[in-house]
Design a protein around this ligand. Sequence first.
Ligand SMILES: Cc1cc2nc3c(=O)[nH]c(=O)nc-3n(C[C@H](O)[C@H](O)[C@H](O)COP(=O)(O)OP(=O)(O)OC[C@H]3O[C@@H](n4cnc5c(N)ncnc54)[C@H](O)[C@@H]3O)c2cc1C
Length: 262
Amino acid sequence: MIIDEYKKPKTIEEAYSIITTKEGSQIIGGGAYMRLSKKHISTAVDLSNLKLDFVTETNNYIEIGAMTTLRELEINEITNKYFNGIISKSIRNIVGVQLRNIATVGGSLAGKFGFSDLITALSVLDCKVVLYKAGAVDLLNFTNQKYNDIVEKIIITKNNLKADFQYLRNTKTDYAILNVAVSKHNDHFYKIAVGARPGIAVYAEKAENFLKSVDFSKENAEKAGLIASEEIKFTSNFRASAEYRQELCKTLVSRAILNINY
Ligand SMILES: Cc1cc2nc3c(=O)[nH]c(=O)nc-3n(C[C@H](O)[C@H](O)[C@H](O)COP(=O)(O)OP(=O)(O)OC[C@H]3O[C@@H](n4cnc5c(N)ncnc54)[C@H](O)[C@@H]3O)c2cc1C
């Protein structure tokens, strides 16, 4: 990464003005992923003066600032209190503590990486991404659209849903071959997201619909895994073949459903 000019704005307005007026400018979160690229950046915009590193809780919501590091999120008391700790579970195996001390929530979402563990986990929660200009948008809407904007924070609705996260990696510090998040809102309402296919997380809607019509049992959890594996599109890369990912999907989806219910 080559940077011509480095700016550390004191206000978010200033940061936004730079990225929307200076050609070739780019926001830097933790910079952990950006530094791997050979990209030429005219003006790098560092957000670390904007007080966007926070995790707070109100009566109904958890709010997480964009500059919060993955390590903070992993060990934070508030995020760990809810959803069976799915947020921490999804990120605590990303490389090592040093990297998680650098990588940020904003960079993890804005990067829209197919392998993202955090995006898969947040997909099954009621999560909105708050952008400086566009305001609050659904996570799915955010990942599917292009925004020249600044992620300020995410807002997660506090509810009693139960959740689980599953993944498989070839080696400890590698990207996941597949990651799966499942949440249970009530006996017949589940959200199932499958990511690192290697594409970004998508919902297994047919499997979700199947679970609407049946009571929980081990057999039905396995059937839901099978349905998910048949409806979702997998592709091959050097980490795993599409066929292997499809097989894995059956196991990880059913395992997550079983974990939530036992
Ligand atoms: C070696 C390595 C291994 C990794 N392994 C995994 C893994 O196994 N699983 C996993 O889920 N993740 C993994 N990651 C990704 C990591 O978890 C972070 O998601 C990634 O580093 C991006 O976070 P960052 O703060 O470093 O963002 P940066 O690298 O600073 O930025 C990434 C992108 O987001 C943009 N951006 C940053 N902040 C904002 C903002 N607030 N608003 C708008 N745009 C913004 C930047 O302009 C850039 O385009 C890995 C990263 C590395 C470097």
